[in-house]
Design a protein around this ligand. Structure first.
Ligand SMILES: [Zn+2]
Length: 219
């Protein structure tokens, strides 16, 4: 997968008139991004020209490339290579405690947490590391935890068409621990259950027992 292709795609989207409401505007240049960081440094009360800060804008922009690399990723594409020979395996496949870092779209503050992702295959099984890569692809974007949870579950459902998907995210939001309400002890838990995980209480309980969490309210 080439990042150029995906960027070009975004540019193409942004120049097309009257398309989707979530179309991305054209990407600013690296120089423009660094200038924006210098503006924020001045806004914070510091002098972007002093020794310790001269290279900060370029470092921040490079960090953003890493933190927001998910925009260049194509989660559906990641799941295309599946293994259909499962020798009748039709039990739950589960990856737990997948650490992720994301950023909240309201404050661009870090969201640090763990994801638990499970599914029950119908016929298609995907390499287990792909589940972690899907989490990363959606995590490395500006997010709400609720949407990220839904995106992971829906993508697995749409591409693998399994008998069920279960996704639980638990995370701490730095916009709640370092500012605002100052509640460092709070963890937010979100979940999305599809198919058998939603319809079958026993299946859901099994999933929750394996990830070793007390029962969360699944609505
Ligand atoms: Zn926030």
């Amino acid at each position: 997968m080439s990042s150029t292709t995906s960027l070009d795609l975004k540019r193409a989207h942004s120049t097309r008139s009257g398309s989707d409401q979530d179309e991305a505007p054209a990407r600013p240049s690296r120089e423009e991004a660094e200038a924006a960081v210098r503006t924020l440094l001045r806004w914070a009360g510091d002098d972007p020209a002093r020794d310790g800060l001269v290279d900060t804008p370029s470092r921040v922009v490079r960090a953003w490339e890493e933190w927001f690399s998910g925009y260049q990723a194509d989660p559906e594409e990641m799941l295309q290579r599946t293994f259909e020979e499962v020798d009748g395996y039709d039990e739950m496949i589960l990856l737990r405690d997948i650490r992720f870092e994301s950023h909240c779209e309201h404050h661009v503050a870090p969201i640090i947490g763990k994801a638990h992702v499970g599914y029950i295959p119908e016929s298609r099984v995907v390499g287990i590391s792909k589940l972690a890569r899907i989490v990363e692809a959606y995590g490395k974007r500006l997010q709400t935890q609720e949407r990220m949870t839904a995106q992971i579950a829906n993508t697995l459902q749409d591409v693998l068409k399994p008998r069920g998907v279960a996704v639980i995210l638990e995370a701490a939001h730095e916009c709640m621990s370092t500012r605002g309400v100052y509640k460092p002890e709070i963890t937010t838990v979100t979940s999305r259950m599809l198919g058998e995980f939603r319809d079958n209480e026993a299946t859901r309980r099994e999933f929750l027992a394996i990830i070793g969490k007390p029962r969360v309210d699944l609505g």
